[in-house]
Design a protein around this ligand. Structure first.
Ligand code: A3P
Length: 359
């Protein structure tokens, strides 16, 4: 779901790339954990916005306080960071920035891996045995913005060489205006997943990591009534959908199920979108297939960066292994009744009506 990444020494290659601005632009991005030394920056959780946060509506999700900020539910423990990110002006956009956005458990980790591997392919050929994705979790390559703001390490983003890839679970309207605004040069890639499968994935993930006795009914109700983390999910999806419809060159809207069906086509779209289409020589050389292979579920699950350990996510810890479960479409049928599935589908149909988007 989230990470603060970057805990450790900068990797030599990444640090070298970070020193050479020209090389970065042509060859970047550099994995976040290679580019920054997070331990060197003291965590300074935001002290401002306490009055804003304490005035927000609150509810408990399985005993965890959640706050509703600007219509969306976030962990109480992240709320100041979310407000700081939204209002603070701490994220200064740069040309070439790419933000990967999603509701949790929509395929974020996969998207981080695909985008990183595609954009870094000249400096880090996918077949290379020391490719960052072979030794680092994809979230160590691509930092999650709101957790950096929550722990007060957002200044690390200034140390990340261009082009930067960052990720977020926040809706478009909670990103800083400099990123979300129509004139922003930041490219945004959104990945959307069938909400029934996303619910099941989330339920497994939370039970495995921090809420072992979370009932499926509680998780289901929160999605249906719009109170799950980063929900209402329909508003989250619709904001990115509308922005993508208005300007497809700025927001790319991907569907998890489509990426599953044809990962090579999705990867080509992604590469074109970020202005790095695959050349004929790369196509003939099999680079697309190599990236798809490197980023496949089995490949990522088996890499040494993911075989053990956990990522820290501000008051939570998620095992790397739990990020790679089944990776299929339709697993909801093993957990939800047909009636529960139909009810959630009909809520989504109703909420998305008129948008041109069907899930
Ligand atoms: P399941 O729990 O349904 O298996 P996120 O990265 O947003 O947390 O999403 C996690 C979901 O994406 C999990 O779904 C996980 O198995 C799946 N996933 C992770 N890596 C994947 C990959 N390389 N290919 C396909 N699915 C992947």
């Amino acid at each position: 779901m989230a990470n603060t990444a970057g805990l450790g020494e900068p990797h030599a290659a990444g640090a070298a790339a970070a020193r050479d601005g020209q090389v970065q632009v042509q060859q970047g991005p550099v994995a976040f954990k290679d580019a920054v030394d997070a331990d060197a920056v003291p965590a300074r959780p935001p002290t401002a916005h306490g009055d804003v946060v304490s005035a927000l509506p609150v509810r408990l999700y399985h005993g965890q306080p959640m706050r509703r900020y600007q219509g969306f539910w976030v962990f109480d423990s992240w709320a100041r960071g979310v407000v700081a990110m939204h209002r603070g002006g701490g994220l200064v956009p740069r040309a070439g920035d790419v933000v990967l956005a999603s509701l949790p458990k929509s395929g974020t980790t996969w998207l981080c891996a695909l985008a990183f591997a595609a954009m870094a392919r000249r400096a880090c050929p996918p077949a290379s045995p020391d490719h960052p994705l072979r030794r680092l979790n994809p979230h160590d390559c691509v930092p999650l913005l709101e957790t950096l703001f929550t722990v007060g390490r957002d200044t690390l983003l200034d140390q990340l060489p261009s082009p930067r890839i960052m990720s977020t679970h926040m809706p478009l309207s909670l990103l800083p205006a400099t990123v979300a605004g129509g004139n922003s040069s930041t490219k945004i890639i959104y990945i959307c997943r069938d909400q029934k499968d996303r619910l099941i994935s989330t339920w497994h993930f939370r039970r495995r990591n921090d809420l072992p006795d979370l009932s499926l009914q509680e998780a289901y109700d929160a999605v249906c009534d719009g109170t799950c983390f980063a929900g209402p999910v329909w508003d989250h999806i619709l904001e990115y959908w509308a922005a993508s419809s208005a300007d497809p060159s700025r927001v790319l809207f991907l569907r998890y199920e489509q990426v599953l069906r044809d990962p090579a086509s999705a990867l080509r779209r992604l590469a074109r979108f970020v202005g790095r289409p695959f050349s004929e020589a790369e196509e003939e050389g099999g680079v697309v297939g190599e990236i798809v292979g490197l980023c496949s579920l089995d490949s990522l699950r088996g890499q040494r960066g993911n075989a053990g350990g956990a990522m820290q996510a501000t008051l939570m810890e998620f095992s790397h292994e739990s990020l790679f479960r089944k990776g299929v479409a339709g697993d909801w049928r093993n957990h939800l009744s047909a009636e529960m599935g139909e009810r959630l589908d009909s809520i989504m149909r109703e909420k998305l009506a008129g948008s041109g988007l069907t899930l």
